[in-house]
Ligand binder design. Sequence first.
Ligand SMILES: Cc1cc2nc3c(=O)[nH]c(=O)nc-3n(C[C@H](O)[C@H](O)[C@H](O)COP(=O)(O)OP(=O)(O)OC[C@H]3O[C@@H](n4cnc5c(N)ncnc54)[C@H](O)[C@@H]3O)c2cc1C
Ligand code: FES
Length: 251
Amino acid sequence: MTVQKHCKIIEIRTLTSDIFSFLLDAGALAEAARPGQFVHVKCGEGLLLRRPISICDVREDKLRIVFQVRGVGTQWLSERTTGEVLDVLGPLGNGFQLPETGKVLLVGGGIGSAPLLFAGRATSNGATAALGFRTGGGAILTEDFEQAEIPVQIASEDGTVGTQGTVDQVVQRCLKEEDYSVVLACGPTPMLRALSQVIEGEGVPCQVSLEERMACGIGACLTCSCKVKGHYMRVCKDGPVFRCEEVDWDA
Ligand SMILES: Cc1cc2nc3c(=O)[nH]c(=O)nc-3n(C[C@H](O)[C@H](O)[C@H](O)COP(=O)(O)OP(=O)(O)OC[C@H]3O[C@@H](n4cnc5c(N)ncnc54)[C@H](O)[C@@H]3O)c2cc1C
Ligand code: FES
């Protein structure tokens, strides 16, 4: 059930110089949310198009979003204060399919780590998070995963935190060390493409959450098309989560 709701911002946390966490009083919208879904947020009167932001976590009727300032919309969002109200549409899209048995390997790149917290907390058989960041100063949500009893393995490109290198190297190590029934991933396309190569031949199913620019967010305009199984699919309505092996990474 998708609803449009005016959600009061009840807590704001600054995670890095350009990444913010908002806790929203979201009522029925929060209660209907599933891991991997997103909300479409109106960013001021001047901007016609809403901006898609993943649902990072849900606790009863409170919904958390974590976003990075990229342009005019997210800049506007970052300037909000506690007590202000956001116009939010959601929950939208098809989320992750969580396995009934076995452990889950969560793989996040940068801000793409956000939706994996909700997914990890919703799994009943345990999870490990492999998170990749450019640099230690940009590492987010690691304490939140640990508080949720999800062990975290970090890679950073400059080696300032965790293992030096990329997250797909950490994934290779995790898959050697332990059995996982599924890999759930979210991050920039080059990271997901590299992950798809690591996963190939490992025999572990993998679901990826894709990002495309969006307009309507509800499947009506085709702005967010991507190629899956040889067909154009809408990231907002058919996704954002797809089976990794079905995505045409060269399209
Ligand atoms: C399903 C989904 C979930 C998302 N979840 C999150 C999240 O949890 N946290 C978060 O910080 N961001 C998330 N994003 C990305 C976020 O929607 C964009 O960063 C945002 O729309 C940019 O708006 P803007 O007005 O600030 O920037 P704009 O001025 O519109 O663009 C600034 C720059 O960002 C790029 N950009 C814009 N939209 C996207 C997009 N959808 N994907 C990739 N690059 C884009 C543009 O090409 C441009 O280079 C998500 C995107 C999708 C599709
Ligand atoms: S944004 Fe309109 S169809 Fe996806």
